[in-house]
Design a protein around this ligand. Sequence first.
Ligand SMILES: N[C@@H](CCC(=O)N[C@@H](CS)C(=O)NCC(=O)O)C(=O)O
Length: 281
Amino acid sequence: MADHANRRTRNALKITLYNNRMSPCAQKVRIVLAEKALAYEMQDIDLPGKENLQPWYLKLNPAGVVPTLVDGDHVLRESSLICEYLDEAYVGAVSLRPDAPHLRAEIRLWMKHVDNSLHPSCGALQWPLAMRPRLLEMDRDEALALIDQVVEAPRRERQKRLFDQGLDAPDVRNAVGVYCQTIDQMERALQDRDWLIGDHLSLADIVTAPYFQTLLQYGWTELYAGTHPRVADWIDRLQGRDSWTTAIKADLDAEARAHLRGIGAKAWPTIQSHMADRSAF
Ligand SMILES: N[C@@H](CCC(=O)N[C@@H](CS)C(=O)NCC(=O)O)C(=O)O
């Protein structure tokens, strides 16, 4: 009973999401908020300007990353955990996790893969295009001093490599390999079901989907289009949902879309050459 008393269908308290519109981690939380029809406020954090490393933000999120979700008195971090929290705390009409414990374990398996492998891979693909140009405008020492403030050591070291080598960094080649492997795995999972863990949309789909926005926005859909029809259909169906429009599409006006397409097109030959290396993975 006490457990149910803590669950709500609507949010009486204010929810604030610390967000960045290019962040797939924030996008997954926004899809959950939209699917569950929860009201929230958004505060954008300027990642290229390193606002995420400001002392006031580090108090909320000591790792210095977005998203952070504040729900009344609770401060929540880690995007997949935030998604799970929202589904658990707000029962409502829409549930994004089946009841069966083995299916919940399957969702967590996807989350683990996304958080440990797909997310850093997406970071390696996006960083040279979204973050590096602003740092390259600075004096080199100033830029490196900013990167030195990045809290987590692996992230900091990766940013240094991406700053120096851009899309030629080994991280980018590995990232393309991880994407290709993930897409193969998804094609197999979708063989006899509509969604990743069954016939209903679940958190497994939602935590994975924003990493495909990266491919869509840069025009890199050749990673799956034509070769992985089930994955192509899965992402089409997600894009057709209202939650995709509110959480992702609404953030990108025509000018932003054209800009992303343009930088994506310039980077495509390098991405394609990494794809050709995929037999190495
Ligand atoms: N495991 C974290 C990762 C968060 C993360 O990497 N966020 C990125 C944006 S998607 C970020 O804030 N990057 C800032 C930086 O690397 O300086 C989560 O899932 O919340």
